[in-house]
Design a protein around this ligand. Structure first.
Ligand code: SF4
Length: 325
């Protein structure tokens, strides 16, 4: 079994809702509510769920853009809140990089690609410019852009090429873990597989670990070793990717698999797995009682609105549903 590179242990992130001139707290948005998972060294864990499930909030905590309400995040066994400022700068931040859904947002359009990709190296090291550009050339070769792209500007590239440039930039400091936040969802379907394959190749070559954030299960199926399904701030199912696809236990996982079928070509769809999920996800400000999914579940029972289901282990999977005793 591989070593664990990142562990989230019972993490909670609540945001206050304030009102009035005095900004009195009148409620709490429970964006993430007691989530635990591990990312293994050199492997991919995908967090999957609809918008508002809490996935991006988790990414923000790992990237230290915000601070948890409670719980712990461990990187290589060490609680990230116990790093000193210099350790964070030297050992944590360079090792955890991110690729966002829209590469435009992280690129200054007035910077040439050599400076877009080289920026993290300029900021974090004292390497002379010519050496940085040498590294950038190698990175651009690795992601399939080629060193000749160095002097061009981001707008001269297609969406898929810009995402390759974003991957090169994320790789610039030789990180061990990449947080990939919807890395292909803004791209044409025809380009998505190319970027996924690039990420898989880089993972094999550098033993990179990935935490992928996605709303579409089909997109992440072939690059995930494990998948954690999130609903309204909580995990509802968690397990190995192939086992979860073959035998989804939670009604919400089955609904997501059904929804992801819609993106498949006609001849690849399995109509026996069609589940239509009705309604919107309720507000995390006032989550439903009992099982948070009960207002939309097609298999709801009396107990579901009254008692919170516990996370149970079934074989290699974990599932949070009253169907499993
Ligand atoms: Fe559906 Fe009840 Fe299971 Fe929740 S606990 S997923 S409402 S069957």
């Amino acid at each position: 079994m591989s070593d664990v590179i990142l562990e989230a242990r019972n993490i909670v992130k609540h945001y206050p809702v304030t009102r009035g001139l005095l900004q009195r707290t009148v409620g709490w948005v429970r964006a993430v509510d007691g989530v635990s998972f591990t990312v293994e060294d050199g492997k991919t864990l995908s967090l999957v769920g609809e918008s508002g499930a809490g996935k991006t909030t988790i990414a923000k905590q790992i990237l230290l853009l915000e601070r948890l309400t409670s719980g712990n995040i461990f990187f290589q066994g060490k609680d990230i809140y116990k790093y000193s400022a210099s350790e964070l700068k030297k050992n944590y931040r360079p090792n955890i990089q991110t690729v966002q859904q829209n590469p435009w947002s992280s690129m200054n359009p007035r910077m040439r690609v050599r400076d877009v990709v080289g920026e993290p190296i300029f900021v974090n090291t004292k390497l002379p410019k010519n050496e940085v550009y040498q590294d950038v050339g190698k990175l651009l070769e690795q992601v399939g852009i080629g060193a000749e792209g160095m002097s061009r500007y981001p707008h001269e590239f297609s969406g898929g090429q810009r995402q390759r440039i974003a991957v090169a930039r994320a790789m610039a400091l030789h990180p061990e873990l990449l947080v990939l936040d919807e890395p292909v969802s803004a791209l044409d379907v025809s380009i998505r597989a190319q970027i996924m394959n690039l990420l898989k190749d880089l993972q094999t070559q550098y033993n990179l670990s990935y935490l992928v954030i996605a709303h579409n299960l089909a997109t992440v199926r072939y690059m995930s070793h494990s998948i954690a399904i999130m609903y309204l701030g909580q995990l509802v199912e968690y397990g190995e990717s192939e086992v979860l696809f073959k035998n989804p236990l939670h009604p919400y996982t089955r609904a997501l698999i059904s929804a992801s079928q819609l993106t498949l070509p006609e001849d690849a769809k399995d109509s026996s797995k069609q589940i239509i999920l009705s309604g919107e996800m309720p507000s995390p400000l006032n989550p439903p009682s009992g099982c948070r999914f009960h207002t939309r579940c097609t298999e709801v029972m009396d107990i579901c609105s009254k008692e919170i289901p516990e996370m149970k282990t079934i074989g290699t999977q974990q599932v949070k549903c009253h169907h499993y005793k």
